[in-house]
Design a protein around this ligand. Structure first.
Ligand code: PGA
Length: 253
């Protein structure tokens, strides 16, 4: 059966000590929930202390970005090697906030994915359409371009398997969730495209998360969808009870 992954994207929230406390509480709360890989992605400033807290737990640690070079003159970027040494085994790549606010492109996303895999960091690659793109009926074309360019030359099975997070931009932080039907339709399209670009088996094994205003109330209906394999959770990942409820919903599918 395909793996499920629920990852908390804390974005630029929590102070270091709050992050440590949150990570500890999450690790405790999800203990015993089976069939789901749980990951938290704190701000880069907290990775080291959070890594200490998660060391002997089942919860994985992820960064919110990763550069493609191991070191060099790249002010403000995160070295994949350094992340690995800090205890990160995961990295979110190409989040829509990075794309929209910081000018990240599919080409850059592609380089970051390659850099992560080379260092032994499992990428969570975010794709998704804006509201205008959906209204113009361009959703599938946008997803296809993001996948074709973002995954160019990437081995899907690389380092534990590339994870795709389908996150409609209009659903992120807006309280507007895609309906289970809308989400399933997009996930099915993504899986079929992966099957065409790679092969049926790789596509069937690839984890495709849904993200965008997932909370403890809507998670069950989303997680039950055939092609939804967990979630990338923003706001609700900052609350232990909500996050745990989502993890549990993903485990029940
Ligand atoms: P949200 O964020 O759950 O707060 O909508 C999701 C994300 O940005 O990954």
């Amino acid at each position: 059966m395909r793996e499920r992954v629920v990852a908390g994207n804390w974005k630029m929230n929590t102070l270091p000590q709050e992050g440590v406390d949150l990570a500890r509480a999450v690790a405790e709360a999800v203990k015993g929930i089976e069939n789901v890989t749980v990951v938290v992605c704190p701000p880069a400033t907290h990775l080291l202390p959070v890594s200490e807290v998660l060391k002997d737990t089942a919860v994985g640690l992820g960064a919110q970005n990763v550069h493609w070079e191991e070191h060099g003159a790249f002010t403000g970027e995160l070295s994949p090697l350094a992340l690995k040494e800090t205890g990160c085994r995961w990295a979110i790549i190409g989040h829509s906030e990075r794309r929209q606010l910081f000018g990240e492109t599919d080409q850059g996303v592609n380089k970051r994915i390659h850099g992560a895999i080379k260092a032994g960091i499992r990428p969570i690659v975010c794709i998704g359409e804006t509201l205008a793109e959906r209204q113009a009926k361009n959703t599938f074309a946008v997803l296809e371009k993001q996948i074709r360019q973002g995954l160019n030359g990437v081995e899907l099975k690389g380092f534990g398997g590339v994870v795709i997070a389908y996150e409609p931009v209009w659903a992120i932080g807006s309280g507007l969730t895609a309906s289970p039907e809308q989400a399933q339709e997009a996930h099915k399209f993504i899986r079929e495209l992966l099957s065409e670009l790679y092969d049926a088996e790789s596509a069937a094994n690839t984890v495709i998360q849904y993200g965008g205003s997932v909370n403890e109330r809507n998670a069950a209906d989303l997680m039950v969808c055939k092609d939804i394999d967990g979630g990338l959770i923003g706001g609700a990942s900052l609350k232990v009870d909500s996050f745990t409820a989502i993890v549990r919903a993903a485990s029940l599918r």
